[in-house]
Write a protein that binds this ligand. Structure first.
Ligand code: AMP
Ligand code: MG
Length: 355
């Protein structure tokens, strides 16, 4: 055999081996890895799909680590005197209210900045300074009770968003009035889920489902050409689904009057406060917001819930006109069970059959 022929044969053989390796790797069976943990006062479950268990496990573990870090800096309920209290940006900010500014981590700063943006846009319906009011209702503790109107009035004086001063250069925040308290409960889970999604993607994950207590993020498609199916709970019967949303590479976050509540003298009081009254918002039963970024979806689910359907439609239209946050869509379920689906979701929403 001539030398040239020999080389050609060798090259062909090498190519055949490469093609074989590629086709084997392409046909590697899909597997998944799931982890579930109680964090941020809720169950967080992440499932990542791929072909390499080790890669999946590492990616999901990293995603959880970032949520844990976020909880450490944003939780406001650590006991004074503990290391956790010392290390929590929000505990420190609340302690130093009216006294001095506090330098916070980049994540805390970003959350506060985003929250204030939407606070202003919604004329205070989204209000992270709602802490003193939440505390009067006892949400976050074991002593939930209906507060007196006079006390609510006093607490509401400490919820003015203009009394939060940001220092962009220093990345510091100052709550200018003593007694002010930040509460990031309306945004932290969504921000955490968004961070977790970013980490999974950086780790090469192309298909995953994150469920952070009703804050859903889907990465990629469920199957080629097939969206994920995400159920919206029926606020009037939690064992049932109200409808199904088909989503790809999106976040869906629900705020509802059934998620955290207590009953007193036959009346149900839930945890989403209308900052105009200091009392639970009463303009709807649940709102599910679909957006690209789950932090935005989380902020907006709370905001649109407080605003009520009419104003929610107006705000979403304004945001979509501007376009800075991608497409914002939502499903609004009224207290009587009637519902509204925004235009962009019409083809992606199916009402549960038996309704
Ligand atoms: P979500 O479940 O995302 O709607 O957020 C509700 C949580 O956000 C509550 O448990 C409080 O911690 C906080 N919160 C309550 N009312 C408001 C409000 N009007 N704006 C911002 N955060 C709020
Ligand atoms: Mg929210």
């Amino acid at each position: 055999m001539k030398k040239a022929q020999k080389i050609i044969l060798q090259v062909l053989a090498a190519l055949a081996v490469i093609i074989l390796i590629i086709s084997i790797s392409l046909h590697k069976k899909e597997t998944s890895y799931t982890q579930e943990e109680l964090l941020m006062d809720t169950y967080i479950k992440i499932t990542a799909y791929g072909t390499d268990q080790k890669v999946l496990e590492e990616a999901v573990t990293k995603a959880f680590l970032s949520i844990k870090e976020l909880e450490k800096i944003t939780n406001r309920y650590y006991a004074p005197g503990t290391d956790e209290y010392q290390n929590s940006d929000i505990c420190q900010l609340n302690e130093k209210a009216g006294l001095e500014e506090v330098k916070v981590s980049a994540d805390t700063y970003e959350i506060i900045k985003k929250a204030l943006y939407f606070g202003e846009l919604s004329q205070g319906s989204f209000n992270i300074a709602i802490g003193p009011v939440m505390d009067l209702w006892g949400f976050g503790g074991n002593n939930k009770k209906v507060p007196e109107d006079g006390l609510l009035e006093e607490a509401l004086k400490l919820t003015n968003l203009k009394d939060i001063a940001l220092n962009e250069e220093q990345k510091s925040v100052f709550l200018t009035k003593p007694g002010m308290k930040l509460d990031l409960g309306g945004v932290a889970k969504g921000y955490g889920a968004a961070k977790a999604a970013e980490i999974l993607k950086t780790e090469g994950i192309e298909k995953a489902l994150i469920d952070a207590g009703g804050n859903i993020v889907v990465i990629g498609e469920k199957e080629p050409g097939q969206s994920w199916k995400i159920a919206i709970q029926d606020p009037s019967d939690l064992k049932k689904y109200f409808g199904i949303l088909k989503l790809t590479d999106q976040a869906a976050v629900t705020s509802g009057d059934y998620q955290r509540y207590f009953e007193s003298e036959g009346i149900r009081y839930h945890h989403i406060i209308d900052p105009a009254t200091g009392k639970p918002g009463n303009k709807g039963s649940s709102v599910t917001v679909v957006a690209e970024d789950s932090a935005i979806a989380d902020i907006l689910s709370t905001t649109l819930f407080v605003l009520g359907k009419e104003k929610a439609v107006e705000l979403a239209a304004k945001l979509n006109m501007d376009g800075s946050f991608g497409n914002i869509e939502f499903v609004f379920i009224e207290k009587d069970g009637s519902y509204y689906v925004s235009q962009g979701l019409e083809s992606k929403f199916t009402l549960e059959g038996n309704r």
